[in-house]
Design a protein around this ligand. Structure first.
Ligand SMILES: [Zn+2]
Length: 199
């Protein structure tokens, strides 16, 4: 497990729990708790709930249990609540983000996020066929990440790695899946990370 010390409290934390905090004096790498404390002070927010939230486990339609780590970040006038799965201590699989207000009850926000996660995990877009995973119906939803195994082009652009049903699907694999629908039309719509894709 690769951990880095927070430059404020010196606690060793994994990379997914660190945030760059930039001030006029320079940039600091802070743990989530110290980051929120700094932003709360700067924004004049005195009663910000900065307690870390315990991970939650949610079962998907195929019976697989997914464990979500939770991270709250205060970003001035907004709070982001992230739920993410980890593989070898790196975010991998389903990722969710909810945007709320700093003074909103944390458990109300968590309730909204868990509801969204449940609804998303209730639908699966891929099925395990004879030739590997295939698109089950006529629709597929997921997330676009970067394929870190791709070295990238001259400008550093990597190929996409899609995350569908919490599973990594390479651009090539996805291309093969699409060929089930050769001759069909398609529509592709981008949706912000914090918007509800399940609805
Ligand atoms: Zn810290």
């Amino acid at each position: 497990m690769k951990s880095t010390p927070c430059e404020r409290c010196c606690k060793l934390v994994p990379a997914h729990d660190l945030t760059h905090f930039t001030t006029k004096a320079g940039a600091l790498l802070l743990c989530t708790q110290c980051f929120n404390t700094e932003v709360a002070q700067l924004s004049g927010i005195e009663d910000f709930d900065n307690h870390p939230l315990e991970p939650v486990s949610i079962t998907a339609a195929d019976g697989v249990v997914h464990q979500f780590h939770l991270r709250t970040r205060l970003l001035g006038a907004i709070v982001t609540l992230d739920a993410y799965e980890l593989k070898e201590n790196e975010p991998s699989g389903y990722q969710f983000q909810l945007v709320g207000k700093p003074d909103e009850d944390r458990f109300v926000q968590l309730g909204r996020l868990v509801d969204r996660i449940r609804r998303t995990l209730a639908t699966q877009y891929l099925e395990d066929g004879r030739a590997g995973f295939q698109i089950k119906d006529m629709q597929v939803k997921g997330a676009i990440e970067a394929d870190m195994s791709d070295e990238g082009d001259l400008w550093g652009s990597r190929m996409p790695m899609l995350v569908i049903d919490g599973r990594d699907v390479s651009w090539e694999e996805f291309g093969r899946m699409l060929m089930t629908f050769e001759g069909f039309q398609f529509k592709l719509e981008m949706v912000d990370k914090s918007d509800d894709l399940a609805s």
